[in-house]
Design a protein around this ligand. Structure first.
Ligand code: ADP
Ligand code: MG
Length: 633
């Protein structure tokens, strides 16, 4: 005897949209139904802890997927908890989840809009069990709850319109089977018919359910030779075979996993040949519950600099694969990290848009960031040097991007310096060996290359006084340092920027001498300023130089010459700002300058040479050459 039931209004509305909207990602029905089967087995395991009778003596839990090409059906069956008749009516006739209800009301709004918009909304949200109607025009569910009599089974049938029917059946095996009667394909297309293939179903299952911890079985196929010159064909046998891995590495206990297995899994998900530098595997509990398996690779991929590339994190929800490259789970400056996040809280049908807004995502992202930074903090020196060589420059982006962890990241930065050729000086190392009296600042210089930085005239006085200066030549240094004014209370000071004070490193006599030199150079400075008024913002006596006659510096708040050049090279507008020329009044060339007959030419040569010395180009190279040649001949 069959009984008719009406769907809850929201369900009917949802079904209408599912069946009438364009749907671009049809295959997800399989993901949804397998995940329901897997949930049902989880429930049985849980309830079975206290009630062994539920197992009915059969404790091997499996999901079977089969199809019948002639009948155009696909069946997904499980021996999980199953449903009573009341449960089937309630669970497959109403929508309980609040998220889905919201979604349906949104769909209602979209109903006034076009079908395409509705389709994309459905695509974003996913619709659980009802997604079967994307490909089927009839669904038949046969189910029986574990621990009940065989005669208490129920058959549920619906065509996906306003109502469904139920009837009592006898079902020997506990659990649920869902049979989809596939729609006819539109004229000339066989899109839905394509699902009636062993290969196609296998590949979808592998995509979404490879790591479901439950075996997923399909009938084995065999090649049958053709007789009498007929071509051979694949035939389906009665034998079942497991087609997924049936085990998610990350869901196993750490102690059961060998280093080799970790490395092997890394290679699988990263397509990297080299083993990773480090990994970290944790179950995180708290606000949101998830498993985290993160790897730091040992070498940089060729597209490391592509910031648009999505981070290499695979998102799973309860071991069902959801999406690749979940960039919302890792900040851009850690885009080199590979791994898996398996959330217990996110909904299966989470979309990219939803993911970006979700609180769980935010918590996971913060947790991941903290984890990676502490992995880096804990690395030994050799390993860290390897890491830094491959990814140091990318990590620096974090200084500008992650205000919350800026201080931690700053601690992880390494540079070469005037006393250390290898790129291994951290700000802390620098501070630890600062000279007595050097509390003024951590000094650094940026340049196009390490060699240019090292030979920069601005370093002369620091070399003379034995003060260490950090040498920076990564493209991002200049930009990143713009966000870092100090390190643990000590200001960072570019030696090529602003007027600066050597503070206690300069003794009274030196200070007096500098002041005197500035005083007596006043007339010369005035003449130079006039001659170079189109090129230099100001001309003043230097405290930086020892061997060179002149150098250029940037105003305290100005953009450095190095950054301005980079912007121009990148085709961006850099604010035009004139540098300050600093001259060394002790230098023979400068001494000769004052009374010289060709003062004007010499002034320009002095300026252009200072420009060349810092890796720049004279504004008018031809004029520069002409002036030098005139001087030489
Ligand atoms: P969700 O899985 O998010 O709860 P679904 O629409 O996928 O939503 O499924 C609705 C409900 O139907 C499930 O919560 C479950 O109670 C029931 N159900 C669906 N499939 C099965 C199954 N294979 N075995 C037991 N119960 C099921
Ligand atoms: Mg579901």
């Amino acid at each position: 005897m069959t009984t008719k039931h009406s769907f809850q209004a929201e369900v009917a509305q949802l079904l209408h949209l599912v069946t009438h909207s364009l749907y671009s990602n049809k295959e997800i029905f399989l993901r949804e139904l397998i995940s329901n089967a897997s949930d049902a087995c989880d429930k049985l395991r849980f309830e079975g802890l206290n009630n062994d009778a539920l197992y009915e003596g059969k404790s091997d839990l499996v999901v079977c997927v089969s199809f019948d090409k002639a009948a155009r059906t696909i069946t997904i069956s499980d021996n999980g908890i199953g449903m009573t008749a009341d449960e089937a009516i309630a669970h497959l006739g109403t929508i309980a989840k609040s998220g889905t209800k919201d979604f349906v009301s949104k769909l209602g709004d979209a109903q006034k809009a076009n079908a395409k918009e509705q389709g994309s909304l459905i695509g974003q949200f996913g619709v659980g069990f009802y997604s079967g109607f994307i490909v089927a025009d009839k669904m038949v569910v046969e189910t029986r709850r574990g621990g009940t009599a065989a005669s208490e089974g129920v058959r549920w049938i619906s065509g996906g319109a306003g109502d469904f029917e139920t009837e009592v059946i006898t079902k020997e095996d506990r659990g649920t089977s869902v049979t989809l009667h596939l729609r006819d394909d539109e004229e000339g297309s066989s899109e839905i018919g394509d699902f009636l293939s062993n290969w196609k179903l296998k590949s979808i299952i592998n995509k979404y359910a490879e790591h479901i911890s439950l075996p997923i079985l399909m009938r084995k196929e065999e090649w049958k030779e053709g007789k009498d010159n007929q071509p051979g064909e694949m035939v389906t046998t009665d034998e079942w075979e497991t087609i997924n891995k049936a085990s998610a590495l990350w869901s196993r206990a750490k102690s059961d996993i060998t280093q080799e297995q970790y490395d092997e899994f890394y290679k699988q998900i990263s397509y990297d040949f080299a083993p990773p530098l480090a990994h970290s595997h944790n179950r995180v509990e708290g606000k949101t519950e998830y498993t985290q398996l993160l790897y730091i690779p040992s070498t940089a991929p060729h597209d490391l600099w592509n910031r648009d590339k999505k981070a290499g994190i695979k998102l799973y929800v309860k071991r069902v694969f959801i999406m690749d490259d979940a960039e919302s789970l890792m900040p851009v400056y850690l885009r080199f990290v590979k791994g898996v996040i398996d959330s217990a809280d996110l909904p299966l049908n989470v979309s990219r848009e939803l993911l970006q807004e979700s609180r769980d995502t935010k918590a996971i992202r913060e947790g991941n960031t903290r984890r990676i930074l502490s992995m880096l903090e804990g690395m030994d020196e050799t390993t860290y040097a390897k890491f830094y060589e491959a990814f140091g420059a990318v990590l620096k982006e974090g200084i500008g991007e992650d205000m919350q962890n800026k201080d931690k990241i700053a601690k992880l930065l390494r540079f070469a310096s005037t006393t250390e050729d290898a790129i291994k000086v951290g700000f802390s190392d620098y501070k630890a060996r600062m000279k007595e009296g050097q509390e003024a600042a951590i000094y650094y210089i940026t340049a196009e290359t390490l060699a240019a930085a090292k030979n920069s005239p601005q370093l002369e006085v620091f070399k003379k006084k034995g003060i260490e200066v950090l040498l920076m030549s990564d493209r991002v240094d200049e930009w990143a340092l713009g966000f870092l004014n100090e390190f643990e209370g000590t200001p960072l000071q570019s030696v090529a920027k602003g007027a600066f004070d050597l503070g206690k490193l300069q003794d009274e006599a030196e200070k007096k001498a500098a002041e005197d030199a500035a005083e007596s150079a006043k007339p010369l400075l005035a003449k130079l300023k006039e001659a170079l008024k189109d090129k230099a913002e100001d001309v003043r006596v230097t405290t930086r130089l020892v061997d060179s006659p002149a150098c250029l510096v940037t105003k305290e708040d100005g953009m450095s010459a190095q950054l301005a050049r980079m912007l121009k090279q990148a085709g961006q507008a850099a604010p035009e700002s004139k540098p300050i020329l600093e001259i060394n009044t002790e230098h023979a060339l400068v001494k000769k300058l004052e009374g010289s007959v060709n003062f004007n030419d010499l002034a320009h040569i002095l300026f252009d040479q200072a420009m060349l010395a810092e890796g720049g180009m004279p504004a008018d190279p031809a004029a520069y050459v002409k002036r030098v040649n005139a001087l030489l001949s």
